[in-house]
Write a protein that binds this ligand. Structure first.
Ligand SMILES: [Zn+2]
Length: 419
């Protein structure tokens, strides 16, 4: 068996791992890079492509397979959300690039050969999917072939969040020959989640007391709904006072409808509610012009590259009463939010904007931190562990913690490991 890291080696973005035996060849994820300028060329001769979850850095390259039509495997919500995100990507990219080669029907073609399964048998190979936490519908993948067991984590999260249960590591295959794991937070131990949530509310409350605006840039899928639910419940429970709270993202709004229709993906508490994602104190708007200030606004894009989050960052950054709350730990190098936070200024449409607003990063992340990653290795006892989906510093920090328990590889892009 050969394992080739086609993308997501020593970096976050463009995840794709090939597993090849004498009888078949599968891909684990097929993602795009975050930077728009770079694109991936992956092999296209896979018999099956397993998609761990609907984030585009794991699924966004699927359009290039619309004519090859390999079997695509993933959960139902991963399929629905991936197709919605691919349609959105086609819309945005064809506005930006005259020669963009894909159309909406390419996204629909992907849907036609997508199998919603937790178990698939291919020649000489069985594939099982296991809940991974992280986002709704996320799965880990275990592959059994040639007497070898390979477990790929995709992105995963061990602890529960307000709306989603964490991954149950005790239900994963023990002592796999190879564990391929993300290492986003390989070098980082986070504060307990309840402390982070308290800090998050404290920051919002402080801005509310200043009558300021709060910008919360988030991803349309999952984080937006989790955030809206968190704030809605906090207002219901008196943790936060009533205030104008909005979401602005038509894509997020569409995904919220999927969430209401697929409650079985979420915690028991969510399942008991009739329409859990119809909020009482959070209103969906179509445009930033509809905002009544002061307000808390949850909007896309998550990294502030475009959309309402860039517009509001530009409008609100100069006022010291306003706040920007970042809840993702990772920010791409070209992200306006990264410049705003680190340089206290950023460029927008050729203007330089200085930042007086508070910018706080509270990592309410859906990824395992170093402690959880090490615990998983202790529990599963893999013979070899391949670290992907993490900057080299994070992967090396994790490697130091686990190298006495397992043989560790931090492969480069394109590297093949024979098992
Ligand atoms: Zn993800």
């Amino acid at each position: 068996m050969n394992i080739t890291i086609h993308g997501g080696a020593r970096e976050i973005g463009g995840s794709c791992i090939g597993v090849q035996t004498d009888d078949c060849k599968v891909a684990l994820d097929y993602g795009t890079k975050f930077e728009e300028s770079s694109s991936n060329q992956f092999p296209e001769d896979f018999d099956a492509v397993i998609i761990s979850h609907a984030h585009l850095d794991h699924s966004g390259q699927l359009l290039s397979l619309s004519k090859k039509k390999p079997i695509i495997v993933g959960s139902k919500i991963t399929r629905e959300v991936t197709i919605a995100l691919l349609h959105d990507m086609v819309k945005v990219q064809s506005q930006n690039y005259a020669n963009y080669p894909y159309y909406g029907y390419d996204a629909d073609a992907i849907k036609e050969h997508w199998w919603v399964r937790d178990y698939v048998a291919l020649p000489g190979m069985t594939i099982k999917l296991h809940p991974a936490g992280h986002v709704a519908g996320a799965r880990m993948t275990s592959i059994h072939s040639e007497d070898k067991e390979v477990l790929y984590t995709g992105d995963f999260c061990v602890h529960d969040s307000e709306i989603l249960e964490g991954c149950k590591t005790q239900k994963l295959p023990n002592e796999p020959d190879v564990l391929i794991t993300e290492s986003t937070y390989g070098g980082k131990v986070r504060s307990p989640r309840n402390e982070l949530v308290d800090e998050f509310f404290r920051q919002i409350l402080a801005a509310m007391e200043r009558k300021g605006n709060v910008l919360i840039p988030t991803f349309a899928f999952h984080r937006s709904q989790e955030m809206a639910k968190r704030i809605d419940d906090a207002i219901k429970n008196g943790v936060l006072p009533r205030y104008n709270v909005y979401t602005i993202s038509n894509l997020a709004n569409k995904i919220t409808d999927y969430f209401n229709e697929n409650k079985e993906c979420f915690t028991k508490k969510i399942q008991r509610q009739k329409q859990p994602f119809n909020y009482s104190h959070v209103k969906h708007l179509y445009r930033t012009g509809q905002i009544k200030e002061p307000a808390v606004v949850i909007c896309t894009s998550g990294f502030g590259h475009a959309g309402a989050s860039l517009r509001l960052l530009a409008d609100w950054a100069e006022d010291e009463n306003n706040s920007v709350l970042l809840t993702s730990g990772y920010l791409p190098p070209d992200s306006p939010l990264k410049f705003a936070k680190e340089e206290r200024r950023f460029r927008n449409n050729g203007d330089e904007i200085s930042v007086n607003a508070e910018i706080e990063q509270i990592e309410l992340s859906g990824h395992a931190d170093q402690l959880e990653l090490v615990q998983m290795v202790e529990k599963l006892k893999p013979k070899r562990t391949i670290l992907v989906h993490g900057d080299i510093e994070q992967a090396q920090a994790l490697s130091e913690k686990i190298e006495e328990m397992t043989e560790v590889w931090i492969p480069e892009k394109g590297e093949t490991i024979a098992i």
